[in-house]
Design a protein around this ligand. Sequence first.
Ligand code: GLU
Length: 428
Amino acid sequence: MSNISYNPYESAQAQFDRVAEQLNLNQGVRELLRQPMKEFHFTIPVKMDDGTTKVFKAFRVRHNDARGPAKGGIRFHPHETADTVRALSMWMTWKCAVVDIPLGGAKGGVICDPHNLSLAEQERLCRGYVRQLYGQLGPFSDVPAPDVMTNGQHMLWMLDEYETVSGARYPGMITGKPVGMGGSLGRTEATGYGVVYVLSELLKNEGIDIKATTASLQGFGNVGEYAARMYTELGGKILCVSCWNQKDKKSYTFKKEDGVNVPELASIKDSFGSIDVEKARSLGYDILPGDAWLSQDVDILIPAALENQITPAVFPQISKSVRVLCEAANGPTTPDCDPLIQERGLLLLPDFLCNAGGVTCSYFEQVQCNMNYFWSREEVLDKLKYTMTKAFAGVYDLAKSQNMYMRDAAYTIAINRVANTVKLRGWA
Ligand code: GLU
């Protein structure tokens, strides 16, 4: 492993600066967009089941809301940092802009490991988060959603706290809610399905038959699982899945030469995406070290876990057979890998385009909540596919016509949209 430690906020700023320079953005716009507009750092005291009080550190960062209410998930993670949340909030701005939905970018986080909290403690933590930020969150200002280790139940507790304090119903205040409680059909699958909608468009445009491809996946949370389900439904083969094991506090790669059985693996994972090693072994999976997913002879790599997973130190481990890097996670590749990706001629699906399906469906959820009229799953997924395909085409066509790197093309479209709004609003 490399001993360089990567700060995601510096990575997000480096990516932004590079394209801001190419676009010749004026100084004011550049200064405004390379940092968040607002930040909240706070503590949440939680009464634990044993009667003690534990104090959790939490963040909410609003990067930019020029194009609409700020939007972005809340993560629960023991290694959460302010800089990670800052980076993620920036990426949310570009994500909403690249798919052209009328939302800005935000992100939140709590330093905690929900594995170690009872459900009642998690509920008090969620309610505490909303109480501390009350007045800052709302359907027309800042709208949270699930992210790493948070789910629909957490969102519903947060909504309930918000509505209890405000004394009225605001279903559009938060997204990713359970279906039947203001949630949208298709939201759970949306990020993973969206990844495969853009992946299949890329393969089609490059003349590659998805049925003839194999992939290696890192991460088996909500995004990884549903990306794997859709990819295998379309005929692709997932050779292996790498994921974190909560019990052993390390990662393993679960491999089957004939391809993993996605529903089977899903049936032996816990609610945070950790696969049971013993059960997997008894089902005939080879159990390899966590980083083995990177060096498999496959066509497609799908990092769907956390940021900073692909660095120049591990890049040489990527098999020569790999043709596509499909960034389902936020920020999985460090910026110093960009020249290596280009040298190798890998086809890249940049993160904030690739995983924009989740927030796109969150937008649909808000629209449905505002109308108080809910669409069928089919209608939601049709609209999702349309939006993702259109966004992909915009980025791909720009990259092809200008001989531009895909990440730069996605940034060019997103930054231009946000910068234009900022200028028209008279902010810079
Ligand atoms: N957490 C998801 C993301 O990183 C979804 C955000 C949202 O729906 O607001 O894109």
